[in-house]
Design a protein around this ligand. Structure first.
Ligand code: SF4
Ligand code: SF4
Length: 360
């Protein structure tokens, strides 16, 4: 039997633990233009800013004919229970090797294979590509858009990472998925921030999106993330479209690290402990900011001593977050600390917030 590029792609995906494969044409995604214009201000760091490049694969590869999409499940059983210590949550997708690294390596290997066998031109992308991942995934037939705003794939469900390869090979496109969301609305009802509504998804309210921002969070954002340090899995856990995971998490510190340890991490400890996970590329300051916000949401008096270490931080984002966390805790013991900060703090906006919380 003749070896086709499609059969090589499927075999590669199967042998390398990918849950789903899809292929589609590299025609422009013209229908996306309007929504991209409307959501331009919610783009995160690595998303392509040029809307035309997000729509047209041929602005990235002029001879592009097809796009190969691969999905890998990151779903894991959590086999640990929390103790009563001050801990935060990390999304299961951020536990273990950074999926960008895994995806980029595997997509690179597949690209090499296609190049050697068919002299193909291939450009692999894992999350940092120019196109709209979800639109590419839907066109490739790998899945459909669920009410929880994610793409739900046939085998891997919604807890999957995507990557794609733009190629000049003319490949047979997959059929559009005929599956659809059961509309059970468990995701809508379980989302703690109201980010999901049937038919619309408010990304700016999503904890996963908020915890990855690199700026100072607003007071409301700080409160809304709860104890989440990076990402949020709630709407995925309740979705029955996610198959039973094969992998287990058995280390409590991996999924629920101690907030004290996060805040005490030096840059080198951060690199060795979290540098190779998906959190690594966001940097230590972001996870420390989230840890401070989480402390402010615990309602527990012992949080104050941990926050105190940051009230003189040279990092303004962390210093400001620490002050807001003390205010958010709302403890009498925090009042004296705020009064003392008010005396030496030089940033007017921080002083104004302290003033309003005590004397306003
Ligand atoms: S990830 Fe969390 S906050 Fe975001 S939509 Fe799902 S449940 Fe809501
Ligand atoms: S939880 Fe229910 S409504 Fe939400 S995405 Fe899953 S199947 Fe659809």
């Amino acid at each position: 039997m003749k070896t086709t590029a499609e059969s090589i792609i499927n075999k590669f995906a199967h042998e390398n633990g990918f849950s789903d494969v899809g292929i589609c044409s590299a025609e422009d995604f013209c229908g996306l233009r309007q929504s991209l214009v409307e959501t331009q201000n919610t783009l995160s760091g690595f998303v392509e800013k040029d809307i035309e490049k997000r729509i047209s694969p041929r602005l990235t590869m002029p001879c592009a004919k097809s796009i190969i999409v691969l999905a890998k499940s990151y779903n894991k059983n959590i086999l640990v229970e929390s103790d009563n210590r001050l801990r935060g949550y990390i999304s299961i997708g951020a536990v273990g090797e950074d999926y960008h690294i895994f995806m980029q390596r595997k997509l690179g290997e597949l690209s090499e294979l296609l190049k050697n066998q068919f002299d193909a031109e291939c450009m692999p992308f894992a999350d940092t590509g120019p196109l709209v991942d979800r639109a590419v995934a839907i066109r490739s037939g790998i899945g459909y858009k669920g009410n929880n705003g994610t793409i739900i794939t046939k085998n891997g469900g919604s807890a999957v990472f995507f990557g794609y390869i733009i190629t000049n090979l003319s490949l047979k496109s997959g059929e559009k998925s005929t599956l659809h969301c059961s509309n059970c609305n468990k995701c809508v009802n379980s989302c703690p921030t109201g980010a999901i509504n049937v038919g619309s998804f408010k990304i700016e309210k999503c904890i996963s999106y908020i915890t990855q921002q690199k700026r100072l969070l607003t007071v409301d954002e700080m409160k809304s993330i709860g104890l989440n340090l990076y990402g949020c899995d709630i709407c995925q856990r309740v979705c029955k479209n996610n198959p039973k995971p094969f992998e287990n998490i058995t280390e409590l510190d991996e999924i629920m690290p101690l907030l004290e340890e996060i805040l005490n991490m030096s840059n080198s400890t951060f690199k060795s402990r979290l540098g190779t996970t998906a959190i690594g590329w966001r940097g230590a300051a972001v996870i420390k900011r989230n840890a401070l916000a989480a402390l402010g949401n615990t309602g527990r008096a012992e949080s104050l001593a941990l926050i105190e270490k940051y009230i003189k931080s040279e990092n303004i984002m962390l210093r400001h977050t620490a002050v807001r966390a003390i205010i958010n805790l709302g403890l009498e013991s925090g009042q004296a600390m705020l009064e003392s900060i008010y005396q030496y703090e030089e940033k007017n906006d921080i002083k104004e917030e302290i003033f309003a919380s005590i004397w306003g």
